[in-house]
Design a protein around this ligand. Structure first.
Ligand code: ARG
Length: 455
């Protein structure tokens, strides 16, 4: 196959070099955006009289035909043509003749590939944000449904203080809220037109970049042609936002995995979202959650991979940058599938309220409430902490829990303790007393849910 750039070459490209340099196996994914970008470019060339109206029309017609052929699966991509851009241009020249040869006027593959990638990511970011929002909705619904369930809150994976399950779940709502903000912020920098930077220097032809930006709905045009073809910050930002999202999804997955263990017994997973063991007949494994946790590794890997590709690259375009595509595509696929499956699975998880409440009631989870009770009676917190510590010690020695203590027992530790203390040390009182803004009381959690639902 005659290469579009073959003019200055005497020898044919080595077969191995063709397959080594080709990006076709993955960048065909960009075909739709490549055609969309080319149509806008050609409209501009016609409007600016850089090419004739007639040529512009026959190019657009040819591109539309190519589009239908690809959609119908009838287009033949050729590896010898290196990438998606040259395959489409080559087919166009075959269709539209000399007019087709004008499509690449005032354009280089360097700004073209940046355009395709930005158009692609712009769509995908919107999809990811939609999926995050959907999952957030599911979380709020599950939280609301289980509004009365109390569970132990943990620090150091040790039971710490009683909290509402809904409050714990809504912690993930907040993480996802920041995640979608990060994607939306990243979108601002993705949403900039690179086309018109040409190879790196701009062009002597009278192009109108603002017009192209309008056609492709870019609110901004890139400022510096050298930066434009060298920049993959927007790819790194996207994978970075995705990595943070995966931090959160992996933490959630890990928690449900732990809660699903016999040791915790806090949840039961839906059969349809678990798998069995090939040897142990009794097993029901949380593979969906494990794979979400595991696939976090790929996304981090992609982040490091693109950061490393870009590190110390001299300006402007270098072929190294072709290595951005597989990481970014796989990141898109991974985060979307994780969000999708978690949102499907989540409402079907059965929370074992009784088990959770039982766990919240054992141990000394309301000890801090005793200390705060003493503070309310006028004792400095540090002393209250120490007094309460002694009460706990006493219980441990006598094999009792805090609610087993009577007033006489308690009074030995401080004269400030009255019988009203019993209003403070039950699990329920402990939770519902946490009315500070952002705290775990039923009242504050319901207020947050109400506010979320208003938006
Ligand atoms: N396939 C290339 C990429 O993905 C397109 C740009 C090629 N540019 C060039 N000057 N060889 O980066």
């Amino acid at each position: 196959m005659q290469k579009l750039w073959s003019g200055r070459f005497k020898e044919k490209t080595e077969k191995r070099v063709e397959s080594f340099t080709s990006s076709l196996s993955f960048d065909t994914r960009l075909w739709k955006y490549d055609i969309e970008g080319s149509i806008a470019h050609v409209r501009m060339l016609g409007r600016q009289k850089i090419i004739s109206k007639k040529d512009a029309e026959s190019i657009i017609k040819g591109l539309d035909e190519i589009k239908s052929e690809i959609q119908a699966g009838k287009f033949r991509f050729l590896e010898s043509l290196e990438d998606v851009h040259m395959n489409i241009e080559h087919a166009l020249i075959k269709k539209a003749g000399p007019a087709g040869g004008k499509i690449h006027t005032a354009r280089s593959r360097n700004d073209q590939v940046a355009l395709d990638l930005r158009l692609f990511l712009r769509d995908e970011i919107k999809e990811v944000v939609k999926l995050i929002r959907g999952f957030q909705k599911v979380i709020v619904a599950v939280a609301e449904k289980n509004i009365d369930t109390v569970m132990p809150g943990y620090t150091h994976l040790q039971r710490a203080q009683p909290v509402l399950l809904s409050h714990h779940l809504l912690a993930y709502f907040e993480m996802l809220e920041r995640d979608s903000e990060r994607f939306e912020d990243c979108l601002k920098r993705v949403n900039v037109l690179p086309l018109g930077a040409a190879a790196l220097a701009g062009t002597t032809l009278p192009i109108d970049r603002k017009y192209v930006a309008g056609l492709l709905k870019f609110p901004a045009v890139s400022e510096n042609s050298i930066d434009t073809v060298s920049d993959r910050d927007f790819v790194i930002e996207f994978i970075s936002a995705s990595s943070m999202l995966m931090v959160h999804l992996s933490r959630l997955s890990e928690e449900i995995i732990i809660w699903n263990s016999d040791e915790f017994g806090f949840v039961e997973l839906p059969d349809a979202f678990t798998t069995g063991s090939s040897i142990m007949p009794q097993k029901k494994n949380p593979d969906v959650l494990e794979l979400t946790r595991g696939r976090t590794g790929r996304v981090y890997g992609h982040l490091i991979s693109v950061l490393t590709v870009m590190k110390a690259l001299p300006l402007a375009y270098n072929r190294d940058m072709q290595e951005d595509k597989e990481p970014v595509f796989d990141t898109v696929d991974t985060v979307k599938s994780c969000l999708y499956i978690l949102a499907e699975m989540f409402p079907k998880i059965r929370f074992r309220n009784k088990e959770m409440e039982k766990a919240a009631g054992s141990g000394f989870l309301t000890a801090t409430d005793i200390a705060e009770y003493l503070v309310k009676k006028g004792m400095p917190f540090r002393d209250a902490h120490s007094v309460t510590g002694k009460i706990v010690r006493y219980c441990i020695d006598k094999n009792m829990t805090l609610t087993d203590l009577n007033l006489k027992d308690l009074k030995q530790f401080s004269k400030l303790i009255g019988k009203d203390i019993f209003h403070y040390i039950t699990v329920e009182a402990s939770v519902n007393g946490k009315t500070s803004f952002g705290g775990t009381s039923r009242k504050t959690v319901l207020a947050r849910i109400k506010e979320i639902k208003k938006r």
